[in-house]
Each structure stands twice: as C-alpha cells, then as structure tokens.
Design a protein around this ligand. Structure first.
Ligand code: K7E
Ligand code: RUQ
Ligand code: CUA
Length: 645
C-alpha cells in the first residue's frame, strides 16, 4: 500500500494540497478567491500548476505545435481521430467504416469504391440491401506501419470488429484508401502490423468461432466451431493466408524480427455461453511461426473454405506451425517490449501478467523445448483486472488494472528475478485513474524508440469527471507524465464512442501533404473516366457531357465560385458531378452539397471528387459550398435544373 499514490489525495498536480472535489467545493462557496484564479488554470487544463510539480509541461500555447501525433480509434463511431499530444487537442477525424457528412465519406464515388471493393461475396450481398456499402464499424486498434521496428509514416491500420474488416489509412493525405473484409471470420478484433523488417503483413485475429464454412452446417455442434488468424498483405491489402486455431482469439502482437506473431486466446473451452467459457482454469497464447506458415502455403498444405479462395493452414493444437503456451484464464492484451526481448500477456481474470522470452520460442520450434511453459520467465501479480501493458523504454511496464481502476508500474527484470526466487518487489508504483482503464500506451512504446515521456490511459468510465451530459457518458482519456520516474496525471480528456486504443508517434515521423498532388493515384479512376470523355486536364474543364441518360458534369471551383453556375438535366437522368478545386492555397477547402438530395462532398485544394445520383425530382435544386471559404462563401452556389420527363 506504500507504493500506492491515491490520485484523490494528491490531486493530480494541484499546488494547493486539496483534492479535486474539495477544490470544486471551495470555489462553489467562493472561499478562496485569490487561489481560485490560479487553481482555475490548473483545473481547466492550463499547464501552469503542472510545471510546479512535474518536469514536463503539457501546456501547448496558442499557435504552438504538439510534439506528438496521437491516433485514436473512434470506437463504435467507426472513425479514427488524430490528436495532438500532449495538448490533447483533437486535430482531425478520418472517416473509415462510417458515413460522414463533412467529407461525403460513404457518398462520393471514391469513398464508395473503397468501402465496397474489398467486401466478401456475403458482405457485398449485405451491402446491396442497403445502398451498396456497409454503414457501421466498431474500431478498436489503430496501429502505424513500421520499418525495422520504427514508425515509417506510411500508413495507419485499423480493425472493424462489427463487420470483420481491416482498413488502411494513407498518412500523406490522412484518408482511408483500402478496406478488406476477412473471409471465414466474425469479428476481427486484435490487429497488428508486422514490425520488422517492415510492415509486410497485418496480423488479424478473428474472434468469434463459427462453423467452417458457415453456411448452415454444424450450427448445433459448437465443438466444431473454429476461428482463424489471418495474414493480410499490407501493400495490396489482400488476405494472403489464414491459420485455423483452437479457442477464441483476442489480441495479437508481433516480434521485432519478423518471425513470430502471438495472440491471446480466451474461451479455450470452445463454449458458446458464459458458464462454459469459465470451465477451465487456464487458457493460452498461440504463437504463430510466420516462415513456417508461408512455407506450408507454398507447399500447398492448405485447404480453402466455402466461397473464399484464401489458403487456410491447420494451426490447431499439435501443428508444427504454432505453439500453445498455457496462461491463466482469460488473457487479454498482448504487448511486445521495445527491446524485442519479451511479450507480455495480460491476465484480465487473473491478477497476473505472463512474461514470455521471445528467443525461447526458437527452442520450442527446433524441438529443444518440450513444455511450452518453459518460455515463461515471469508472472508477477500486478493487481485486479490487468488488460494492457505499455513501456517507457527504461525497462518498466505499465499495466492497466480494470477492476482496481489503477495503472501499475512494474520493472520487468525485477519480475524475472522474483520469478527465479529473488525477493525483489517488481511493483514500483500504483496510480489511481478514472475509471476502469482499458488500453494504455506511452509515447512510441510499440516501437524500439519508446521514449518514456507521456503515458495515455484510456478509461472506460468518466462518471463524475465531467459535466453530466445525460445517461450516455464520454470515456476519459488521461494524460500521465512518466518522464521523471513517478506517474502523475496532468490532463483529463473526454472522448465520445469508446476509443479502446491509441498510438502516439513523434511529429517528425508523420509528414502529411499540405495540399493534394494532382498525380495522386486517388484521382486515377476519375481521370480515366474523363479521358474517355475527351478531357485531359480536369483543372481546365467546365463541361457537361450527355451519354444516353447519363450526364457527367465536369466542373472546377475557386473561391468563391463554381465555374458552372447552372446545368440542365432530365428527370430520371443519372448524374455524375466531378468537381476539381483549382485553388492551391493551403486550407482552402470547398464543398459540394446538393440541397434536399442527400449529396455532399469535400474538395480540398487541388482535389477532385465525384458523386453520382439520380435526378429524380423535377425542379430547381441549388448546390452550395459547405466549407466556409471566402467572404462570399454564402454566394458560392449554383442550380441544377431538372426538366420534367
Ligand atoms: Cu482491450 Cu478491443 Cu484492445 Cu478494448 S480491447 S480495452
Ligand atoms: S454562416 S461563419 Cu453558415 Cu452563420 Cu457560418
Ligand atoms: Cu467554397 Cu465555401
């Protein structure tokens, strides 16, 4: 208990020595007028008080830039959010699996192609029943591409548990450019890019067990249900292979050599209801030997399932492609240490975390190790409900304790020494967080460059931390200074729709473009269509082309004008509007919204976007620019005249 610092007592950096609740009581009664001003700076997110106690300032002043980019999952909203760290300012939202009215994601032709092309046949059938694309997603795990264990600034990947998909976001333009739905799967949960030599694969855990194929057979025989681990090619976003496993995959991670991936597995009982899932007292971690899996696929030692042609190899217990390491019941998060030596499986239902030495996995696969438990080098007790662990690059792990509402800081080598019988206590500090933390992540902690400066803890419940907003409350993301040894909370940040996870990269590792490049492959399709209509440069063209009952409107815009003020079509025509923003000034985004037609799109500087709809209502229909761009932005509009058929 000596190592526990009660946040309520120390009050997260207030120099005034009273707790947050006491502070609010004090100001409510106007008891401390003078102190109220200064303390107000602290409680409202100013960094002044923090500077007094911590050794880093989280305050980023007006006009100053953050040191880090954070990438947050948007949870049940299906999007990704870009944050500045340490300021916790939300910088951008990137639509992925959702529909978005600001940018027209889910409405433009470009986004609809991305949302549709990677769906499985069943996914396409589902999409066809609701307008061609799927509408929701449940994102958990955003992860950045790497080269040699460092962020390389190319891509961000994110899973969709709801519709079993994985998406790729291009970091140069911060747009989703590929989405693939994983066949033979329900609920893609854990997802990690390969760390080395580069992100060639994305490793995807399919969580729920289903009959294989899931076509109506074996429904009453849960013992035959299986799930798969999938390797997706990060360049093409195609599913390369799958591995059948025993149990229910949860989270996954990779080593720093490119040899192994490892996944936590709960419900090794293969049960379909809660009681059955709790029958055994152990579950396992599955280790995947990637070169062996590739070899087996190459040799044709696979089958395909149902209408999918993805090779599926057998990695169930006893296979030489996998290793099953027994761990205490219900492991959840799995995290690789930045030095590449260990991975840590977080106990969830057990108060322990299991430390596995990665080099020892070689012994097992070479036949030298008989008992897979021999790869376990420590299993410290860290507290109740350990879910995820992150690292400071100084040999410490930081584990979220869901039930205790704490983060435990513990030393890895001390835990190993204790496991070998030493009497060192690996626990260095426990810090109260608010409340029920899930993931945490420290700056660069998933890479070999972990710098131990800031720790982000994503708590599931905010309870009393913010003004009440009704029965649905925000989550609470807490920023913790870990730079000087002790953990200290410096900021609360509410987020809507459960982010689950976030990653933090140094600003210089991410270098987005400031405006679009006209050679960007994003425009290839629309350029090809224009070429067939005899148009070479979309930036120079304002033209309406009729092709039977199809009408293509090629239009440019520059503030504050569309260069086609009106166009005429006939009732029932299929109209495609192709709009190119010829402004090349940073930040000068225009839009195209067709009133009462449910049509909108973003066109940022030098961007082309297109949208197709049926002009099924005769009359005058105004289109307008929905991004405020100019003093005469309100005047930036035009008319579509639809003549009665
Ligand atoms: Cu722990 Cu989906 Cu990463 Cu949530 S999972 S917390
Ligand atoms: S106008 S500056 Cu739509 Cu009130 Cu906004
Ligand atoms: Cu263009 Cu507003």
């Amino acid at each position: 208990e000596k190592t526990t610092i009660r946040q309520e007592e120390t009050d997260g950096g207030s120099p005034f020595g009273f707790t947050r609740r006491e502070f609010f009581n004090a100001t409510a009664t106007s008891a401390v007028v003078g102190a109220g001003l200064a303390a107000g700076g602290w409680s409202l997110g100013g960094g002044t008080a923090q500077a007094a106690e911590g050794n880093q300032d989280f305050h980023v002043g007006p006009g100053e830039l953050d040191e880090y980019y954070g990438f947050w999952s948007g949870g049940q909203s299906g999007e990704v959010r870009v944050m500045g760290v340490p300021s916790m300012r939300e910088l951008m939202r990137i639509p992925v699996f959702n529909w978005d009215g600001a940018t027209g994601w889910g409405i433009t032709n470009e986004s609809r192609k991305i949302l549709r092309e990677g769906l499985t046949p069943a996914g396409k059938r589902r999409a066809d029943k609701q307008g061609g694309v799927l509408r929701n997603g449940d994102t958990h795990h955003p992860h950045l591409s790497m080269t040699d264990g460092s962020y390389d600034g190319r891509y961000l990947f994110i899973n969709d548990k709801a519709n079993s998909r994985v998406a790729r976001i291009r970091l140069d333009v911060m747009k989703t450019d590929k989405i693939v739905q994983i066949p033979n799967a329900q609920a893609v949960h854990g997802m990690r890019p390969q760390k080395a030599p580069k992100t060639g694969y994305l490793f995807c855990n399919c969580e729920f067990m289903i009959p294989q194929p899931n076509d109506g057979r074996d429904m009453e025989s849960p013992e035959k249900y299986k799930t798969v681990f999938a390797g997706v090619d990060a360049e093409t976003m195609e599913v390369k292979w799958q591995v059948l496993v025993d149990g229910n995959l949860d989270n996954t991670n990779a080593d720093f050599k490119g040899t192994y991936a490892f996944s936590t597995c709960y419900n090794s009982e293969n049960a379909v209801e809660l009681n059955g899932m709790m029958r055994k007292d152990r579950d396992h971690v599955v280790v995947f030997n990637i070169p062996r899996i590739e070899e087996a696929v190459k040799k044709g030692q696979y089958k395909t399932i149902g209408d999918s042609d993805v090779p599926v190899v057998d990695g169930t217990k006893g296979s030489d492609l996998t290793m099953y390491i027994p761990v205490p019941k219900g492991p959840h998060g799995i995290n690789t240490t930045p030095d590449g030596k260990y991975f840590i499986a977080n106990g969830k239902l057990s108060p322990t975390v299991t430390v596995v030495e990665i080099d020892k996995l070689d012994d097992y696969f070479k036949g030298g190790m008989k008992d897979p438990r021999d790869a376990v080098v420590a299993e410290p007790e860290v507290g109740l409900g350990p879910l995820h662990t992150t690292f400071d690059g100084r040999g410490n792990g930081y584990t979220t304790l869901f039930i205790d509402s704490q983060v435990a800081k513990w030393n890895i080598e001390d835990a190993i020494a204790a496991f070998q019988g030493g009497d060192t206590n690996p626990i260095k500090q426990k810090l109260d967080v608010h409340y029920q933390p899930g993931h945490n992540n420290a700056t660069l902690a998933e890479t070999k460059d972990a710098d131990g400066k800031w720790l982000m803890v994503l708590s599931k419940f905010s309870k009393d931390r913010f003004l009440n907003v009704g029965p649905l409350k925000p989550e609470n993301d807490q920023l913790i200074d870990i730079s000087d040894g002790d953990m200290r909370i410096v900021h609360d940040g509410p987020t809507f729709a459960e982010p689950h996870d976030a990653v933090i990269a140094r600003a210089d590792q991410i270098n987005p473009n400031k405006i679009w490049d006209r050679e960007d492959p994003w425009f290839d399709d629309v350029k090809a269509m224009a070429k067939k209509d005899g148009i070479d440069d979309l930036r120079m063209t304002n033209k309406v082309i009729r092709d039977g009952n199809k009408v293509r409107v090629y239009m440019t815009s520059s503030a504050p004008q569309y260069h086609i003020n009106e166009f005429k079509v006939k009732e029932g025509d299929e109209v495609t509007v192709v709009l190119t923003n010829v402004d090349n000034i940073e930040d000068l985004t225009h839009g195209f919204t067709l009133t009462n037609f449910d049509v909108c799109m973003e066109i940022s500087p030098q961007q082309t976007a297109s949208v197709t709809f049926v002009a099924d209502e005769p009359g005058v229909h105004w289109y307008y620019c929905q991004w405020f761009c100019h003093a005469m932005h309100m005047e930036m509009r035009g008319r579509m005249l639809v003549e009665k058929a």
